[in-house]
Design a protein around this ligand. Structure first.
Ligand code: PLP
Length: 524
């Protein structure tokens, strides 16, 4: 493809993309193709001779589109949002064009320096404590995902812990101590932590323990649970070295009790410190609004914080923003400099080489899209985006509450997420899901936490009803929701976070929920 052909093809592609966005709400949200659909539509190998762009482009609509789930649709209310925006796409386009895997500063000084600058901007607008700024001992780095960030900081935490444990030792003595300590290390999270922490423990080669969270505590990790876990570890001879705390858990957007966690950790700190990471992958975006700034006050005592701009902050995947209080913790753990990576700037320590802050060597120019987004929307535009969704979420939760004959809110609505179940009709025995009497949800896991007066049988019945309604709605395809099982309770999650979602879309979702539920609550 020469320059003239590229210009023509790119214009045509952009036209198609804009048309896609302008009509996205008319498409079925979730794809309903059968597994393996695409292989049947494609030839068994690539063409012998190159094809024209116009022919290739035609296959986007014909072959790819049917297999897409439209995350940018205003009717997508599942998982957490993953915003894509035009300024961010332009950032991706330039990044692809420059295509410079800038692992060292010298590989493209602008790529490294823009990343440092925009992450400092971001730290400030998220009201993070100054210790996370690059001007001090901290700083930010863009990672592929929240999970990747957790692996990265867990490795740094492990190395910091082992280095402290082996201080003043040399040779075999040091090696033995390191090996013995390694066998006792345990990473901690809560039952509501994202699975990325358990996975990171597998990758890091350490044990993992998750602490219970109770519905009475709104599923937050409390200081009490942490203290109990630390005591349990001590009694087993285990050494906790790392803890994931969460601002906005995946299932219900719970906020761990940072003040209590800080107090517990402060009271037990010894030479070998527990690394505390704040996983704010989704809800961290809300920190741009000053009404949430109080949530960050304890972070000054924590080691790292991560939020994904690629979830709720208008930036295309991937833009995981990790901040550390001491960048040396990362670089000490991850810096290896073979001769082919040496250069005078790095050798003199004059520059940041982001390869020492991450697992891979090469990296993309991701700061560009963040820069474009921050400049296009401005701080006020970002705040307006978040507040709009918070307000939409509150309206939705209010409608759910108003229909207590049909629904019951499970956990406090937060960050535009509402988590609810179906309410059991008064005479529960006379109500069964139509045609779905064999639905069994999460057998054996039901707990008495969810409404003390609810019996196990009633809970299983409510679970089955909720699951049936949820599955019927998603099968119909007008909107897309997700569910989660929390403490044995099967719940529906509705979250509004697409740039195009408006009250009318949430109202439509609510009406679908009411209609589907009523249809099922037909008295037998
Ligand atoms: N942490 C939380 C709280 C999440 O909700 C999620 C995903 O939704 C993740 C981590 C994982 O994010 P990523 O896909 O960026 O690894």
């Amino acid at each position: 493809m020469n320059s003239a052909e590229f210009r023509k093809a790119a214009h045509s592609a952009i036209d198609e993309i804009v048309d896609y966005y302008d009509t996205i709400q008319d498409r079925r949200v979730v794809s309903n193709v059968e597994p393996g659909y695409l292989r049947k539509l494609l030839p068994s190998g690539p063409p012998e001779e190159g094809e024209q762009w116009a022919d290739i482009q035609k296959d986007i609509e014909a072959k790819i589109m049917p297999g897409l789930t439209h995350w940018q649709s205003p009717n997508f209310m599942a998982f957490f949002p993953s915003n894509a925006t035009y300024p961010s796409m332009l950032g991706e386009l330039y990044s692809a064009a420059f295509h410079a895997p800038a692992f060292n500063w010298l590989c493209s000084p602008a790529i490294t320096e823009l990343e440092t600058v925009v992450l400092d901007w971001l730290a400030r607008i998220l009201y993070l404590p100054d210790c996370f700024l690059s001007e001090g001992e901290g700083g930010g780095v863009i990672q592929g995902s929240a999970s990747e960030a957790i692996v990265t900081v867990m490795v740094a935490a492990r190395e910091r812990y082992l280095t402290a444990a082996c201080e003043n030792l040399e040779g075999k003595e040091k090696e033995d101590k390191r090996t013995q300590t390694m066998g006792r290390l345990v990473a901690l999270g809560s039952e509501q932590s994202h699975s990325g922490t358990a996975k990171a423990a597998i990758i890091t080669g350490v044990r993992y323990r998750s602490m219970p969270c109770r519905l009475q505590d709104d599923l937050a990790l409390t200081g009490h649970q942490l203290r109990a876990a630390l005591e349990q570890c001590a009694s087993e001879g285990l050494e906790p070295f790392y803890l994931t705390t969460t601002l906005g858990t995946t299932a219900t957007c719970a906020i761990d009790r940072f003040d209590e966690i800080r107090a517990v950790v402060d009271s037990i700190q010894s030479l070998e410190k527990i690394w505390i990471h704040v996983d704010a992958a989704y809800a961290g975006a809300a920190l741009v609004c000053e009404e949430y700034a109080h949530l960050t006050k304890d972070f000054v005592a924590f080691d790292s914080f991560e939020m994904n701009m690629h979830k709720w902050l208008l930036t295309n995947f991937d833009a995981g923003c990790l901040f550390v209080r001491k960048r040396k913790d990362l670089t000490s753990a991850l810096s290896i400099t073979p001769s082919y990576l040496q250069n005078p700037f790095s050798d003199k320590g004059l520059v940041t080489d982001y390869r020492d802050w991450q697992i891979p060597l090469g990296r993309r120019f991701r700061a560009l899209k963040i820069w474009f987004v921050l400049r296009t929307y401005g701080i006020n535009g970002l705040k307006a985006h978040i507040r709009n969704h918070i307000q939409l979420g509150e309206s939705f939760a209010r409608w759910v509450r108003q229909r207590e004959d049909l629904f019951r809110i499970l956990t406090p609505p937060a960050f535009a997420l509402t988590v609810f179940t179906l309410a059991l009709p008064a005479h529960t025995d006379s109500w069964l899901p139509n045609g779905d009497t064999n639905v069994k949800v999460n057998e054996g896991l039901v707990t008495a936490d969810y409404l003390p007066e609810t019996s196990t049988d009633q809970l299983e019945r409510a679970n089955a009803l909720t699951k049936t309604v949820y599955e019927r709605i998603n099968a119909a395809g007008g909107i897309f929701l997700t569910s989660s099982v929390v403490e044995g309770v099967y719940a529906i999650r509705v979250v509004s976070g697409s740039e195009r979602t408006d009250e009318v879309h949430l109202r439509k979702a609510f009406d679908i929920l009411v209609k589907t539920t009523k249809e099922m609550f037909r008295k037998r």
